[in-house]
Design a protein around this ligand. Structure first.
Ligand code: PMP
Length: 344
């Protein structure tokens, strides 16, 4: 890995971050007259902890990392944007992404006027490490991988990921939004071996909390410090911090829901592969299935007519003819199956 100082944009490296009232005072006090807050409406009158230490402590316990290895943001989308802004000089530098994959890497790059180089997955939606490394040059600051990948659903080949981690001298982001549905272990356990690795996770999927917007980035503390430097001071609000703590206190609930989703994923995959459907269903390690239905756009519209919304991936690279179907409850999945029968 290049020196962190040589990877971070010079203006960010030299930046003196905004120091908020809640940053400057630590310790016990009974009268807070430092942040121009309203003295009433406790506790919502007070600015929240800008570094979210209580929540990070809990996440640290769950994930087996130290709290200073964690960045929390307004969804993982915030971390994606901050990473591009921290590392890539607009108009000059670039990121490399796999395709098809999650669209926000490219959008965040576009917003920041950073070139986004797409490298196709192999025919079986796997990672071609050599092609990804070849797409990178001296101006490539980050490679974005997504495993399990959206919209294909599969885990990327682990050895190919290691190859990229070992041979790329910039930042390697592994987006693990769907990791709780996967049979493969998280790369969070590998952070100690790879100083250039950043792992993204979220409360939006397995934890069932997309509405509260909490994304997590795990990396070496020096790398996390760069994100902290440029984030909005109070980027995670109090309601989110409190609700997240409550949810993370009940891992049993999350595990039960994941188990149910996995059972439904297998049931739905089997049924969709068989007559009367006989669709090609791609293997999934996520909470959705990519299904080749043939006339995807027509099927999408026919399903909408029946009140069932799936994701039409007809126009996505390598996904022609495909719908991406999120695994719902058993009842919801049965409604989908019946609607699909009527659409045939
Ligand atoms: N990464 C991937 C691969 C996703 O599919 C999504 C959401 N669809 C996200 C990140 C965004 O997650 P969040 O809700 O945490 O912003």
């Amino acid at each position: 890995m290049r020196e962190l100082k040589d990877l971070v944009r010079p203006n960010v490296w030299g930046l003196k971050p905004y120091s908020s009232a809640r940053d400057e005072f630590h310790g016990k006090a009974s009268v807070f007259l430092d942040a121009n807050e309203n003295p009433w409406n406790d506790p919502y009158n007070r600015y929240p902890d800008p570094r979210q230490w209580t929540l990070k402590q809990r996440i640290a316990e769950l994930k087996g990392v130290t709290p200073d290895s964690i960045f929390l943001g307004n969804g993982s989308d915030e971390a994606i944007d901050l990473l591009i802004r921290a590392f890539c000089e607009p108009g000059e530098e670039n990121i490399v992404v796999i395709a098809p994959s999650y669209g926000m890497y490219g959008v965040a790059a576009d917003v920041n006027n950073v070139e986004c180089r797409e490298v196709s997955l192999t025919a079986d939606f796997d990672l071609d490490a050599e092609a990804v490394l070849n797409a990178a040059d001296g101006r490539t600051k980050a490679i974005f991988l997504c495993s399990p990948n959206n919209p294909t659903g599969n885990n990327l080949d682990r050895e190919a990921i290691y190859t990229i981690l070992r041979h790329f001298d910039g930042i390697v982001v592994i987006d693990e939004a769907y990791i709780d549905f996967s049979a493969s272990p998280s790369f969070v356990g590998e952070l100690a071996d790879f100083p250039n690795l950043i792992v993204l996770q979220t409360l939006s999927k397995a934890w069932g909390a997309a509405a509260i917007r909490l994304g997590m980035a795990f990396a070496a503390p020096e790398l996390i410090a760069v994100l902290n430097k440029i984030k909005y001071p109070y980027n995670v609000n109090l309601l989110t911090q409190e609700k997240a703590l409550e949810l993370l206190g009940d891992t049993g609930r999350k595990d039960r829901q994941v188990k149910e989703i996995l059972a439904e994923r297998e049931r739905l995959a089997a049924l969709l592969s068989e007559p009367p459907f006989s669709y090609r269903v791609y293997p999934s390690d996520a909470n959705f299935l990519l299904v080749d239905v043939g006339r995807a756009t027509a099927m999408y519209e026919a399903l909408v007519e029946k009140g069932v919304v799936v994701r039409n991936r007809d126009n996505v690279r390598m996904c022609h003819g495909c719908l991406r179907v999120t695994i719902g409850t058993r009842e919801e999945n049965d409604i989908l199956l019946n609607a699909l029968k009527e659409c045939k």
